[in-house]
Design a protein around this ligand. Structure first.
Ligand code: ADP
Ligand code: ZN
Length: 435
């Protein structure tokens, strides 16, 4: 395997990519209009006919779809083909509410797995690699997506699924895994468990990790790289668009290349729906250009990021998205200030703490409260109350400088915050329970 999985597409010229998109969007809008009554009604309401879409630029005329539409249409309302043509169902993890189900034809599975294969090859993956897939298998897309991609590349694929960390480590060591795929929080946990067993980072054969499905900071990336002795790559996707692999990092690691031959990306102002120029921060919107069974057009992801078309040293020509800064619905508004969990994570790691924390937001006597439980490592732990209090004060001050409001920090003993094998739960917002 060379440097790319599908070189002619991954390094296609801008004109070639636009031609592919022009051709696919015309066909796709027709397909959706004819087969998805729910979307046909949205188009009719807006007065748009399939004939109005002559090229990818016309996409602006189409209505948006949101998570609310997916819930309304649950389960079959957005299906683009007969169920008898479908071979697979997956579902969101339900991080933010009722689950969404997505359908796949064999063609859809193939294109998804090809996207994951591109991501694996971008980390230097080839048939020489042993890929340990420690994303959950099942309704969640992570396990099956990377599994299929790994097999397409010809890697020896270990379908571990998430959890059972003892066995993960045993197989990793015995079978010489070279690429680890899982959520970043689980990768951090595996790194921590290896150290506890007395392994040094150089004792394993891992050289790369492909981590995604949840937000993670650059600081967390460096922690994981250190603890596992690898280069850690980001991968992005969502169930609604197929799963992981919609975008992935190359060796340059300055954003994730979006597989533009299958997914057309726009950035919009989340309040007005206006399309923003490249380089501006806003909500990411995806159109699946050639999916058959679940062909979402202009789907609002609620992920906030920036697109960039700067030339990439890896030779790939596809547009890059920045690491999502968190979902618009991850954002906490505390005493009127916008706070993202990722900002808190950045401060923690900068101040020398491990990324094991739990944020609790509440409202007491009409005032928002922000409590952050932060776990100490065994080396940081102290019996002296005054030591702990001094550390708490210092961390509170660092947080106040970064996020603009002062939280209450609680340093808690080693191992007292539950570890995650899938997507980590970082925030408990009790205000939602009272309201
Ligand atoms: P759920 O919405 O229930 O979490 P999914 O499993 O489909 O369902 O999750 C998709 C979401 O996960 C994305 O919209 C995004 O918010 C988040 N996500 C996926 N990959 C990444 C990544 N690499 N960095 C940050 N967030 C990510
Ligand atoms: Zn690149």
């Amino acid at each position: 395997m060379g440097k790319y999985f599908q070189p002619e597409i991954e390094t296609a010229s801008r004109d070639q990519i636009i031609n592919i998109q022009n051709e696919k969007i015309v066909k796709q809008v027709k397909h959706v209009y004819e087969n998805v009554a729910y979307y046909r009604e949205l188009m009719d309401e807006k007065g748009v006919k399939p004939e109005d879409i002559k090229s990818i630029d016309d996409i602006k005329k189409l209505p948006f779809l949101s998570k609310a539409d997916l819930r309304d249409a649950y389960p079959y309302g957005l299906l683009g083909t007969d169920l008898k043509n479908c071979v697979r169902i997956h579902s969101t993890s339900g991080t933010t509410g009722r689950r969404v189900v997505a359908f796949y034809t064999q063609h859809d599975v193939d294109l998804w797995e090809e996207c994951c294969a591109r991501a694996i090859v971008a980390t230097g993956g080839s048939s020489e690699d042993v890929v340990q897939v420690a994303y959950g298998y099942g309704l969640f897309t992570g396990g099956f997506g990377l599994h299929g991609g790994s097999q397409k590349v010809g890697c020896l694929t270990l379908p571990m699924s998430s959890g059972n960390t003892e066995r993960q480590i045993q197989f990793m060591m015995d079978l010489g895994s070279t690429i680890l795929c899982c959520t970043p929080s689980y990768a951090a946990f595996i790194g921590e468990s290896l150290a506890e067993k007395g392994y040094k980072p150089s004792d394993n054969k891992l050289r790369a990790g492909i981590f995604g499905a949840e937000p993670w900071t650059e600081e967390m990336r460096r922690e994981i790289e250190k603890s596992l002795g690898i280069k850690a790559y980001d991968i992005y996707g969502l169930t609604e668009t197929s799963g992981p692999g919609v975008a992935y990092e190359c060796e340059e690691q300055t954003g994730m290349h979006i597989n533009e031959d299958h997914f057309y990306a726009e950035i919009i102002d989340p309040d007005t729906g206006e399309v923003l120029p490249d380089g501006e921060k806003g909500e990411l919107v995806f159109t699946a250009l050639d999916k058959e069974a679940f062909p979402l057009l202009r789907y609002r992801t609620r992920d906030i990021c920036v697109l960039s078309r700067e030339k990439c040293s890896c030779g790939r020509t596809h547009v890059k998205m920045s690491k999502p800064m968190g979902r618009s619905d991850d954002m906490m508004i505390i005493r009127g200030v916008n706070v993202f969990p990722s900002q808190i994570e950045t401060v923690l790691i900068k101040e020398g703490y491990a990324p094991n924390y739990l944020i609790e937001v509440d409202r007491v006597k009409n005032t928002d409260t922000l409590d952050i439980n932060v776990e100490l490592s065994p080396g940081q732990f102290s019996d002296k109350v005054s030591d702990i209090q001094a550390k708490e004060k210092a961390l509170e001050a660092a947080m106040r400088t970064m996020i603009g409001i002062g939280p209450k920090i609680h340093l808690v003993p080693p191992k007292s915050i539950a570890r995650s094998e899938g997507k980590a739960v970082r925030v408990i917002d009790k205000r939602k329970l009272h309201d």
